[in-house]
Design a binder for this molecule. Structure first.
Ligand code: RIB
Length: 313
C-alpha cells in the first residue's frame, strides 16, 4: 500500500547563507584567509522544511522573508522544492542572513543576522492557527522570536498536535513550565545548556535525566552526537542508535536534516528507533556535500544507504 504523506507544519527561519571556506576556524582576534565564498539558501526553519519535503512530507512553512531580491529568490526556491510557502509573509527590509565559516574538517561557526525572521510575531502566528491545528506534527527551532515560537506551541498543545522542538539557538529563558513538548531534539551542547549536565552521562544516570525531562514537560529527548550514537530518553529508559559512518565535508545543516527527516518519519507513524536510524542516515548523507541544503538527501537515497549498510553486516 502507498505511504500517506505526513502533513507537517514547520515554524521557523529562512536565511541567505554566506559561506567562507577556510583551512581552520579563526580564534578570537585572529584573521584567516578563505579559499572561497558561496551564497546559498539556509536558515534552520527552511532547512528542516526542505529535509521533510525530500523525505516525502506535505510541508507548510510559516515564517518571514524580506522584500529584497533574496526574499523573492528564496520563495521561488521553496516552491521548486515543493514546500508550501503560502504561509510565508514578505515584510519590509532584508531577508535573514548567516555568516558561516567552514574549515577543512567540515566543522563550522555561524553568526546569524535575523532580518525579516524577527517580524514573525505571535499575532501573525495566531492567524495560522487552522494550519497548525490540523497538522500531524509541529516542528520548530528558535531562530524566530521566542514568544512566537511559544504561541505556536500553545496552539498545537491546545489540539494535541505533537510538538517537536529543536531548541537552536538555545535560549536561557524558554518557558518550559508553560508548554508540553513531545520530542526535544538537541545536539550535545544544547542538551548540556538546557539540562545543566553532560548528555554523555545520560546512559549511566537515566533516572536523574528522566526527572529533568519531567520537570520541563518533555516526553522524549533525542540527543544527536555527531559520529557517536544518538541517544533517546523517555519514561521507558535510554536507547542508543548508531549513525552511518561517513567522512564529512560540511556539517552545516546536518542537525536540521536530522530534525526534518525525523519529524516526517515520526508523523508517518514509523517506530521510534527506526525513525532515528533513518534520520541519522539522512543527516550523515547531508554532510557529504557543501551547503546547508545542498546535501539533504531524498528519501530513496536514505533507503539505499541503509540497505547498503545492512548488506555489509
Ligand atoms: O543550522 C544551519 C543553519 O544555521 C544555516 O543554514 C544558517 O542559516 C543558520 O541558521
Amino acid at each position: 500500500m502507498a505511504r500517506a504523506a505526513a502533513n507537517l507544519v514547520v515554524v521557523g527561519s529562512m536565511n541567505v547563507d554566506l559561506v567562507a571556506s577556510v583551512q581552520h576556524l579563526p580564534a578570537a582576534g585572529e584573521t584567516v584567509s578563505a579559499s572561497s565564498l558561496e551564497k546559498r539558501f539556509g536558515g534552520k526553519g527552511a532547512n528542516q522544511a526542505l529535509s521533510a519535503a525530500r523525505q516525502g512530507a506535505n510541508v507548510t512553512l510559516i515564517g518571514c522573508l524580506g522584500d529584497d531580491p533574496d526574499g523573492r529568490d528564496y520563495r521561488n526556491h521553496l516552491r521548486r522544492e515543493g514546500v508550501n510557502c503560502s504561509t510565508v509573509t514578505t515584510v519590509r527590509g532584508g531577508t535573514g542572513t548567516a555568516f558561516i565559516t567552514v574549515d577543512a574538517r567540515g566543522e563550522n561557526q555561524i553568526i546569524v543576522i535575523p532580518g525579516a525572521n524577527s517580524a514573525l510575531t505571535a499575532p501573525a502566528l495566531k492567524v495560522q492557527r487552522s494550519r497548525i491545528e490540523v497538522a500531524k506534527a509541529l516542528l520548530l527551532q528558535l531562530e524566530v522570536p521566542l514568544e512566537s515560537a511559544v504561541e505556536a506551541i500553545r496552539l498545537a498543545n491546545g489540539r494535541q498536535v505533537p510538538v517537536l522542538l529543536n531548541p537552536s539557538p538555545c535560549p536561557a529563558d524558554f518557558p518550559w513550565d508553560q508548554v508540553r513538548i513531545e520530542m526535544l531534539i538537541t545536539n550535545r551542547g544544547e542538551a548540556a545548556d538546557i539540562f545543566g549536565a553532560d548528555p554523555d552521562t545520560l546512559p549511566d544516570h537515566v533516572a536523574d535525566w528522566q526527572e529533568r525531562l519531567k520537570a520541563r514537560h518533555i516526553r522524549t529527548l533525542i540527543v544527536t552526537r555527531g559520529d557517536k550514537s544518538t541517544l533517546i530518553l523517555n519514561e521507558d529508559g535510554c536507547k542508543r542508535v548508531a549513525t552511518l559512518p561517513v567522512k564529512p565535508v560540511d556539517t552545516v545543516g546536518a542537525g536540521d536534516t536530522f530534525a526534518g527527516a525525523f519529524a516526517t518519519y515520526f508523523a508517518e507513524g514509523m517506530p521510534m528507533l527506526e525513525a532515528v536510524r533513518w534520520a541519522n542516515a539522512a543527516a550523515a548523507l547531508a554532510t557529504l556535500k557543501h551547503g546547508a541544503q545542498g546535501g539533504i538527501p531524498m528519501r530513496g537515497d536514505v533507503q539505499s544507504a541503509l540497505s547498503r549498510q545492512e548488506a555489509k553486516k
